[in-house]
Design a binder for this molecule. Sequence first.
Ligand code: HEC
Length: 96
Amino acid sequence: MFCFISLDASVFKGQRAYMKLCKSCHKSGGKLAKSHTQEEWEEYFDNNAKLLKSAHAKDSKVMDMLNSEKFNKNLKHMKQFFYKYASDSGNVPACN
Ligand code: HEC
């Protein structure tokens, strides 16, 4: 199930959180990561993930998740995960 092999604990935790919280809708985390640049990912996760929240504003279930403790605890790890595999990162996940 965890097929990105990362030695960075934060990236690993971010990926694990992605699997639990986002994968059901967005499928491959590697593909999603690659659909934005590092700068864009920073914007999504800055200010308590304000932009990420506005992207999901229509879905109250996603909003509940984005305001949950579980999400907030993993926010900075997820940011690391997306940052690591962003389109301009030069990194390619081992598999997706
Ligand atoms: C219930 C389904 C659902 C869940 C769970 C969900 N999303 Fe989304 N997400 C959507 C939909 C629908 C859109 C808006 C349509 C689009 O632009 O693709 C969206 C849009 C986005 C966007 C902006 C558009 C894009 O594709 O880049 C990002 C980034 C994103 N989601 C990331 C996440 C992350 C990270 C999580 C987990 C913390 C998450 N989503 C959880 C359904 C979901």
